[in-house]
Unconditional design. Sequence first.
Length: 146
Amino acid sequence: MRNPDQLALLRLKRELLPRAIEEMLRYDGPVQSTARFPKTPVEVGGEEIPAGAFAFVVLAAADRDPAQFPEPEKFDITREPNDHVAFGEGIHFCIGAPLARLEAAIAFGATLDRFPQLNLEDAEFKPKYKGSYILRGLESLPMQIE
């Protein structure tokens, strides 16, 4: 909704819905950060993390990394590839990711079908998130149907 050009493109080309969902996950993922405690020393980005150390991993920053994503601050539903880490990676990949993607496709698809004129109530809407930094969730999302 904050990117009307992308919303118009999605309404025009509904086949972009899976890519739009991936871009939503990359751009403003549900899990902002996590922690790891390596069992053995590991090197990340040229820095050694000792065994047993607390490693705070900011997934949201990784998903905006300009080395990984051209124009990372731009919301682009045609982004390809879109190798975000919103659901983690490797052995820490979220087991519920396929279900979350399916739920998102059903919810966003149904919303686009049922409310073709759905918009933000305030064009200048600034998101206000719930108190948790780690898990991201809006306090409210005022919408209007024209």
